[in-house]
Design a protein around this ligand. Structure first.
Ligand code: SF4
Ligand code: SF4
Length: 302
């Protein structure tokens, strides 16, 4: 008898643990480094101006994974950049350029503040149909946004959003469902925010305004067995790790690693090796996040 989420292959009540088999890597995420200009409450990766647990990825490291994907026809359609704050990585513009030159849809997650605004001319040169900038905004009101993101985090974010809009970038918003506010109310109030700021976003669109359920790490969650897919009528191919991977460079390692998904950057069980090819192995859902956010909650960072 084990306690929950201890044995990779078996659940606490001795049933076969569910697993995922990936055939393709449709979205290839790159964590550009955990350093960030902000230290938001509840940041899932604990980013801050001091946390460099995931080091800055270099352009050569980035290229080696993109090239591996192209050479091995791994089915990659989209390249995503996340952090920390990606615009703090000095190679970010070279990476975006390489991604666009190779015809990938390219998504950059940002807080749209100083690190982006200080590099407007570099970003302007890369404006492209295939490039989307996703701006995080934790609430449509300044007050609540700053409760999470800290004082003086609202005005620069608005400046960044307006700059993206005025310069005709593809951009979208991502927000968190906090303060027990339901999605319908959130979308309704974002509509007003969008109108007031003259932004070009459809608040009813799930891709233009992405919402994330709050990640309550402490609440208890059941383990997922191989039988659960049928019982829950859930397709394993809908889960993020069935079609994506994230590259991270752990500070203590010389070489970047391939991680199963964006949600578990620090957990060694979900570190799948140094190449994309070797990362295509069975992933056992041996973490509360797998159950809570991916199978039962239906939430995914992409
Ligand atoms: S801006 Fe994003 S990465 Fe930076 S601390 Fe906030 S949530 Fe984390
Ligand atoms: S957290 Fe979700 S995406 Fe990540 S390994 Fe678990 S099931 Fe897969």
């Amino acid at each position: 008898m084990y306690s929950k989420f201890q044995n990779k292959f078996l659940t606490a009540d001795n049933k076969k643990r569910a697993f995922i088999n990936a055939q393709k890597i449709k979205t290839l995420w790159f964590n550009t480094g955990t350093l960030c200009n902000l230290a938001c409450k509840g940041c899932y990766i604990d980013s801050s101006p001091k946390n460099d647990r995931l080091a800055y990825l270099s352009i050569d490291e980035f290229k080696s994974f993109v090239n591996e994907s192209i050479q091995n026809k791994m089915g990659t359609e989209q390249i995503g950049f996340t952090g920390g704050e990606p615009f703090m990585n000095r190679d970010i513009f070279k990476m975006i350029r390489y991604s666009l030159e190779n015809d990938f849809k390219t998504l950059v997650l940002t807080n749209a503040m100083k690190p982006m605004l200080n590099n407007k001319s570099d970003l302007f040169k890369l404006n492209h149909l295939n490039l989307t900038i996703r701006v995080s905004i934790d609430h449509y009101s300044k007050d609540k946004h700053e409760q999470i993101r800290g004082p003086n985090s609202w005005a620069p974010m608005i400046e960044g959003l307006k700059w993206l809009s005025n310069n005709k970038f593809n951009y979208c918003l991502a927000t968190r469902l906090l303060w027990n506010e339901d999605e319908k109310t959130t979308r309704k109030n974002f509509k007003k925010f969008i109108k007031n700021n003259e932004l070009q976003i459809n608040a009813d669109s799930k891709t233009q305004l992405v919402t994330f359920a709050e990640m309550d790490e402490k609440s208890d969650t059941p383990e997922i067995t191989t039988e659960c897919w049928k019982i829950l009528n859930k397709n394993p191919n809908e889960v993020m790790c069935s079609n994506s991977r994230m590259i991270v460079k752990k500070k203590e390692n010389n070489h970047p690693s391939v991680i199963a998904c964006t949600l578990l950057p620090y957990n060694s069980e979900f570190d799948l090796g140094n190449t994309l090819k070797e990362s295509l192995k069975k992933i056992y859902l041996n973490h509360p996040h797998c159950s809570k956010f991916c199978v039962l909650g239906g939430s995914s960072c992409s």
